[in-house]
Design a protein around this ligand. Sequence first.
Ligand code: NAD
Length: 479
Amino acid sequence: MKLAMMGTGYVGLVSGACFADLGNDVVCIDVDEEKIRKLRAGEVPIYEPGLEELLRRNVAEGRLRFTTDPAAAIRDSDVVFICVGTPQKGTGQADSSYVVDAATTIARHLEGFTVVVDKSTVPIGTAARLTRLISDITDQPFDVASNPEFLKEGAAIKDFQNPDRIVIGTNDARSREVLGKLYAPHARVNRPILFVSPETAELIKYAANAMLACRISFMNALTPLCEKVGADIKDVSRGIGLDTRIGPRFLQASPGYGGSCFPKDVRALVDTMETHQLNSNLFRAIDQVNETHKKSHLERLRRFVPDLTGKRIAIWGLSFKPRTDDIRESASLTLIDQLLEQGARVSAYDPEAIDNTRRVLPDIEYAATPYDAVAGAAAVVVMTEWDVFRNLDFERVRATMEDPLIVDCRNIYEPSEMQALGFRYAGIGRPTSGVSTPREESVEQPQSCGVRGGDYTRRGGGGPSPASAATRGLPLLGA
Ligand code: NAD
């Protein structure tokens, strides 16, 4: 089948490469000339495990091309996917302007029946809106279907090739047949394909992300209570996750969710609920808990280092999760902003995200190894659970630090083991080991973010201020 991908970011590039690998003829289109130039030169503009090899193979075998010129690619395609960004507006609303631009371009070049598929995460009603927009421009036959993408950065190729499910939203029989054929290789290996209405497909995407974000905020909201009463969040997680009605996944305490999807999608759902004059309290609370929690790690550190002025603090992990270079809304950047405000000196290490971070935080120190980052540090804070941090030479880490203190916001280490290695250690939502905590009584616990307690004055929730590094990271990766 002949396919065009409008937007060659994480979603467009990965799905374009994977569709090509299934034997389709794929053209990836982007308005970003530099990105297309790099791709044509064999450079991969994002870090995603396995992607480079997949691109190389499919380009070499003539199934995958890159262009900034949409005309011929759209005219010749059976299916055109919209994979452009839908970032958050200041109000929390999703910004659909890139989707509208892409659809307008598609409409100008359509020839013969074409399925226009929205893979971007879009406000409910977008397929209907694009149908009206395209029919105002062209008389050519087309259908707009919704096919939300569920891939996870860091495991995107595996997720695309082996998805839990494929959701296709269309009311058009031809469209259903074309997309059924396109996804036949997935159906043959028993991947469930759900055919639903476009509105249902659009809502499934928001609901899925809100549910996952909810589980994260649920567990994170329990961490201050665990710390107060001496409970261990890891055991709480296991204790509830073994209940088959709950299941074990997405129950780990963490520094708070980030990335380009959960924060903006939860806020977009809040906005949609409110646009329909519906009660959005549950969804607001998910966002509010997360934002408060992301800002609570400074206090976690200040329990042990009350005055951070002039102190060197090491940060292990900058990306919002491991196996990606994506720093959008990363909790790590929120903490770094706070540390700089406190007068601390920050030295950071991340296996993949340093280049992206350097663009928004040029003035902190970047280390070549985890060991270099901790040299002379008064503490190291683990913000991303990259595998490299799991089995370091901790004797060497301790020897090089000014003060052997580990604040582990991912709970990747065992408190007793770290104590035995001579560290003062604080996990998150876990009993603290080997530490006398001078400020224990005066520590401000992260605010409870129940529906009553939160600040709901700001539409879209309490995201980082526009000036924060996390937000400054947004435009880095396109759209
Ligand atoms: P991205 O920012 O990485 O890439 C978007 C690309 O679209 C950019 O390269 C940009 O230059 C290009 N673009 C913008 N306007 C264009 C136009 N008119 N024509 C052609 N190209 C254009 O975005 P992404 O992370 O791939 O996300 C795309 C969509 O998929 C978003 O709606 C996102 O919410 C959703 N999504 C993302 C993920 C993820 O993990 N990144 C997962 C599932 C869904």
